[in-house]
Design a protein. Structure first.
Length: 158
């Protein structure tokens, strides 16, 4: 009997966790009835007669200028770009291989790669900031790594 209760609890917890990850904007069981008039999954404000556009979505990377004379930086940036391409292609084995190469070269910490893409063609381009540069496109990828206590950001947009 205890095994059945534990198994049921684990299945329910897994289903809730899956629902939160795959549908983050879906209302949960405790959603109050007086929610705001802006849908979290929409960029447009809901009104009765017209729709007005909210602000452009923007992903901000911590403002840390990466000016360094480190000779490894170009090689590490190239490996980080390879990690982003592997993440975009959903190739975990290549991601791990590139991360191990970066760790072998002295990288202390890696940020998980983030792939951001437009949901529909009607959405405006995605805008990200990487090393005080503004990049925009329909699909963007970014990551960061720490080398000798300094954080270096790497990203691109298509």
């Amino acid at each position: 009997m205890k095994k059945i209760i534990i198994l049921t609890t684990l299945i329910l917890a897994g289903a809730i966790a899956y629902a939160e990850v795959s549908m983050p904007s879906a209302p949960s069981f405790g959603t109050p009835s007086n929610v705001t008039n802006t849908s979290p999954s929409s960029r447009y404000k809901k009104t009765t007669s017209t729709t007005t556009q909210n602000t452009t979505p923007q992903v901000n990377i911590p403002q840390q200028i990466n000016t360094s004379s480190n000779p490894l930086k170009a090689e590490l940036d190239s490996l980080a770009m390879s990690i982003l391409r592997a993440a975009e292609n959903r190739d975990q084995s290549k991601q791990q291989a590139y991360m191990m190469q970066m760790m072998d070269k002295g990288v202390n910490q890696m940020c998980p790669p983030q792939i951001i893409s437009k949901k529909t063609p009607h959405c405006p381009p995605i805008t990200i900031r990487v090393n005080n540069r503004t990049l925009s496109g329909s699909k963007c990828a970014l990551t960061c790594y720490k080398l000798n206590g300094k954080q270096y950001d790497v990203g691109y947009c298509k």
